[in-house]
Design a protein around this ligand. Structure first.
Ligand code: FAD
Length: 396
């Protein structure tokens, strides 16, 4: 077994293979030189310096997993069952693609000093002094990473301006009705949110907007999205999707024999939601590997593979709030509020007919836990009872 990409999905694949009783060799190939680590703390405790690192608590030696770090996959020859890497060819019987995603860059700003991305431990290490020295910071993009970075920067005492091209934060993810109260969190924290604002160019120390506004910027954090890290698969015969992702099937297999794909680099067809999903969140990088590992072991035993059909889940910690989301709401036809969005804790439920298909919980982790189970079970719900925040979700 060879697993390429030593992030959450790659590490979990190796761990799950052993948990499933896989006895063959397992090699984990990763481009980064650091011991494999978790990414969510990078925009939280690691950035603020309250945690030194976020290495996974996994004993690779005792699991019998060979780590090949600082080893970049450069190409794949599925017909020969060979992965080509910077350290030479690596043969495999079965291969799992787990190369994750790479942050998108701001065109023209890549070489300007003081312009940062936030994806890796090295990125976080470069950003820590920015917070320590309380620079004026401009954040480009009011998505999940932008909001979490702005939160940390405000906490560190930086002046923060967030520039967002859309008319609101999280425009690609949540409807305007839901993001309206979230936009207010920026001002509450002392950050300035400038929507419908585009960056024209970045000069050393200054961000210039397309209306001529010049924003002082001791540092710039670009958080405008991420793209699957799959360029290296060009020429392999594995067709990539519109966003560069590996389109896996419902068993997380690719079109190449004995090649599977998990985590941020892969999409999968969701039977539950009737569409293909590309999920860039931690829980998907935990659950997908469990299915892949079980299916690899099942195939060896001549058993049928399991279908991957999760209720997607993620969380974000921003502006003193714990935000959680489960499900997929574009499949919904009704939106219901539980609680006052101006208050500290509220939820939004999305229904399709009388079934819950998605839920956003702000400071209501119990709603999330119960809602996730209700979505999974497809339990019919009463919308009137559901909208009562005093009533447990599971009794609606
Ligand atoms: P990655 O973690 O990207 O790992 C892929 C690995 O593959 C990388 O180490 C990369 O170097 C390596 N690689 C890439 N190309 C090659 C190659 N050609 N050869 C060899 N190795 C290669 N999700 C949440 O749900 N909640 C959160 O609060 C949250 N916070 C986050 C904060 C930050 C700063 C970031 C960046 C992400 C956050 N996420 C969060 C998302 C979550 O961390 C990702 O969904 C998860 O890391 C995906 O795991 P992955 O293994 O698929 O990809």
């Amino acid at each position: 077994m060879v697993v390429v990409g030593a992030g959450m999905a790659g590490v979990q694949t190796a761990v799950a293979l052993r948990e499933e009783g896989y006895r063959g060799t397992v090699t984990l190939v990763g481009a980064e030189t650091h011991r494999p680590y978790d990414r969510p703390p990078l925009s939280k405790a690691v950035l603020l310096g309250t945690a030194e690192g976020s290495a996974f608590d996994v004993d690779f030696d005792s699991l019998g997993v060979t780590l090949r770090l600082g080893c970049e996959a450069l190409g794949l020859r599925p017909g020969d069952h060979v992965l080509d890497t910077s350290e030479g060819p690596v043969p495999y019987d079965a291969l799992v693609l787990a190369t994750g995603a790479e942050p998108l860059r701001l065109p023209g700003a890549g070489d300007v000093p003081g312009v940062h991305l936030l994806r890796t431990l090295d990125d976080a290490a470069r950003l820590r002094p920015v917070l320590e020295r309380q620079h004026d910071v401009v954040v480009v993009g009011a998505g999940w990473i932008g909001a979490e970075f702005a939160t940390a920067a405000r906490e560190a005492g930086c002046e923060v301006t967030v520039v967002e091209a859309a008319d609101r934060p999280l425009a690609g993810t949540l409807p305007a009705e839901v993001t309206a109260p979230m936009a207010a969190w920026y001002a509450d924290s002392g950050a300035v949110l400038r929507t419908r604002a585009r960056v024209e160019r970045v000069e050393p120390g200054t961000v210039v907007l397309d209306d001529g506004t010049r924003l002082p910027a001791g540092a710039v954090l670009v958080g405008v999205g991420a793209r699957p890290a799959t360029d290296w698969l060009a020429g392999s015969g594995i067709a990539l999707g519109a966003h560069g992702e590996v389109p896996a099937d419902d068993h997380l297999r690719t079109t190449a024999p004995d090649v599977h794909a998990v985590g941020d680099c892969a999409s999968f067809p969701s039977r539950r939601y009737g569409e293909r999903l590309l999920v860039h969140h931690w829980d998907n990088a935990l659950q997908g590997p469990r299915t892949v590992a079980a299916n690899i072991v099942a195939a060896g035993a001549g058993e049928a593979p399991a279908v991957y059909d999760p209720v997607p889940y993620f969380w974000s910690e921003q502006f003193g709030r714990f935000v959680q989301y489960a499900g997929h709401h574009p499949a919904a036809d009704t939106l219901l509020w539980r609680g006052d969005p101006a208050g500290p804790a509220w939820s939004v439920c999305w229904l399709r007919e009388d079934r819950l298909v998605a839920l956003l919980a702000v400071g209501r982790p119990r709603d999330l836990a119960q809602g996730r189970r209700l979505i999974e079970a497809g339990t019919p719900m009463d919308p009137v009872l559901l909208a009562d925040p005093a009533r447990p979700l599971k009794s609606a």
